[in-house]
Ligand binder design. Sequence first.
Ligand code: 5GP
Length: 116
Amino acid sequence: MGEDTIFHRIMRREIPADVVYEDDDMIAFRDISPQAPVHVLFVPKKTIRGLDAAGDEDAELLGRLALAAAAYARREGFAAKGYRIVMNCNEDGGQTVFQMHLHLLAGAPLGSFGTP
Ligand code: 5GP
């Protein structure tokens, strides 16, 4: 399960965000603290605490999140140059908002990651 988060408030339009994509399953908006020239978060509308809380029933939704990010990258013209998608999970993964989301990072060569 999950709880109400800042991303739920963005989905309910209670707080503003720079929304770049939305459909029945998800919303995508620019990260407030971008780690790359392009930093967009893809967030499912279904409440799911994080990847660790996702189940088999969420397999299609997870695929849709990744494909929506790929489609956005193509639309915006940086797919061929490249990008990175990341999901942080729980404390050691660096998750700070406990509604599952995928980060799309692009716009410059990205450095190494995953080091403590
Ligand atoms: P996490 O660390 O959970 O993987 O990622 C959470 C992300 O949400 C962070 O990159 C953080 O900058 C972003 N974030 C936190 N609060 C807000 C907000 O109110 N608006 C937007 N647009 N992004 C936020």
